[in-house]
Design a binder for this molecule. Sequence first.
Ligand code: NAD
Ligand code: IPM
Ligand code: MN
Length: 362
Amino acid sequence: MAKYNIVLLPGDGIGPEVVKEAVKVLQVIGDKYTISFNFTEALVGGAAIEETGDPLPKETLELCRTHKYILFGAVGGPKWEDLPRDKRPERAILDLRKKLELYANLRPAYLFPSLAHSSPLKEEILKNGIDILVVRELTGDIYFGEPRGREALEYGYKAIDTAVYTSREIERIARKAFEIAKKRRKKVTSVDKANVLETSRLWREVVTEVSKKYPQIELNHQYVDNCSMQLIKNPRQFDVILTGNMFGDILSDEASMLIGSIGLLPSASLGERDIAIYEPIHGSAPDIAGQKKANPIAAILSAGMMLKYSFDMPEAEEQIKKAVISTLEEGYRTPDILREGDLPVDTETMGSLIAEKIKTYK
Ligand code: NAD
Ligand code: IPM
Ligand code: MN
């Protein structure tokens, strides 16, 4: 019997609520495919600060390195908002990505047909569906460049963040995007700000160079301001969006709303080795935490991505997607996607409905 060790990092706010539902679904998959998933929970983010004073305790990092497959909830919250940058809960996810060299973050935005009415976009814009994969570079850019910090001036302060990209960093994420595009609709839109930023000028050059090895893939470039507009005007034009850390963060939240809710968009953070983090793109949602309102679908689909990318079980991921589609088609909705006439459910019920559906499949 195959056996996989999975680290659960529930974190803060709705993190634990949605991770619990993803585990429920993985357990059903484990039973079906006679795979033993061994879950080990560890502290991260604000929860870890409370217990140990450190958002990413050494034990947690070590566990991630040895167990390799990580299901992450969310970190952060008002309680820790005033801490300095390096002590905040968010530091944990940034350090995990950097230390585990997970430079490729895949964020698929797929419109479930029955949710078209949850999207703020007009029906005519949605009629051909939305199926976008944001490939976000995850370990470089203004998130990690040096120098950074604050300097006292004679009057007030100077705050510094530095955007840095090397050609090697751009090349490896570009290759990932082109490889994935081969298996999709064969189109890459590279998004940058090459009219202003030096990092973006290098980005464009390197992406163009990499694209020469992929003649079957159509490449076009867009400035990020235009892209954020085009996503709303004509989302169907996009297949793979290849972009840097900062723009990818922002554009993927925008993409999530095109499909109805940020509670629907999963992600996989991958590198060159078999270690990986699977995480919904949303945060800890302090405004709804503890109220059973969180949509667990992003976390459940993230577990699905783990099955596909880490365990080579694409058919198990398909079963999860099928169960999500069918549960939504039956009208069940968490509050974020609820409209008149729908069947309101809480976080746990949504997770159970999806898990039960999977049990009925062959
Ligand atoms: P957020 O994503 O937590 O919430 C934004 C809005 O979306 C809120 O109204 C929230 O209720 C809603 N929302 C988010 N997830 C939802 C879900 N699954 N179901 C239904 N509604 C959902 O972003 P924020 O409010 O800007 O940030 C809150 C905290 O989370 C901050 O501390 C931030 O740094 C942190 N954060 C963490 C991660 C992460 O851990 N990966 C990601 C983003 C933000
Ligand atoms: C995300 C989050 C993180 C990011 C924060 C919490 C550091 O917004 O995963 O999208 O900016 O990458
Ligand atoms: Mn984000």
